[in-house]
Design a protein around this ligand. Structure first.
Ligand SMILES: Cc1cc2nc3c(=O)[nH]c(=O)nc-3n(C[C@H](O)[C@H](O)[C@H](O)COP(=O)(O)OP(=O)(O)OC[C@H]3O[C@@H](n4cnc5c(N)ncnc54)[C@H](O)[C@@H]3O)c2cc1C
Length: 153
């Protein structure tokens, strides 16, 4: 099974754009992993997230902003010999992005980012009332390192 690794921004964008969720890997205070599924926005190489201002993930990220974010799409089971279990596998395209998340506090920037999510998931922009913008936490990842892997395609 051929694996192709790439850091080409176009390949990476195409894979990320096909995903409707990603998984954020975090490290808690005890050094243990904490991984959560998340919706996201993606623009110009930057990954954006939004959440409640409370909860375990906020404590974890405020203590340690280092993350590894995984995206995966185009999953397709294949086999070389139908009766041989070990000949089965999964074609996929995936991306891993590493770096430190940064919280966004500026009101206008939060509004702009909320519309990145809305365009991705609802197909259009919205207007937001002030409490909604103030009460949501928005953070971004400008990846230090990002690469894609295509397996079986
Ligand atoms: C497809 C998808 C997209 C999502 N997108 C977002 C998003 O954009 N923003 C957002 O804030 N949240 C999103 N969520 C929910 C997110 O995964 C977390 O469940 C949520 O943010 C609460 O996390 P927390 O650390 O604050 O947990 P808390 O509410 O503090 O929960 C405490 C405990 O509950 C358990 N727990 C938390 N989340 C989950 C979970 N998802 N599954 C199983 N156990 C869990 C953990 O063991 C944790 O210790 C999404 C979930 C899914 C499945």
């Amino acid at each position: 099974m051929a694996n192709r690794m790439t850091t080409d921004p176009n390949d990476i964008r195409k894979i990320i754009d096909k995903c409707d969720a990603c998984f954020i890997g975090m490290i808690d205070k005890e050094g243990k992993p904490y991984v959560l599924p998340f919706n996201f926005g993606y623009e110009a190489g930057i990954i954006y997230f939004h959440s409640d201002k409370s909860g375990q993930k906020m404590e974890v990220l405020e203590n340690n902003p280092n993350v590894c974010v995984a995206f995966s799409t185009d999953h397709k089971l294949f086999h070389r010999h139908e009766p041989v279990a070990c000949s089965y596998g999964m074609r996929y395209r995936s991306v891993l992005a590493y770096g430190k998340v940064e919280f966004i506090e500026e009101y206008g920037e939060k509004e702009r980012i909320l519309n990145i999510f809305m365009k991705k998931y609802a197909g259009r922009e919205f207007s937001f009332n002030e409490p909604a913008v103030k009460n949501v936490a928005i953070f971004r990842l400008v990846p230090d390192k990002i690469h894609a892997r295509e397996s079986g395609y």
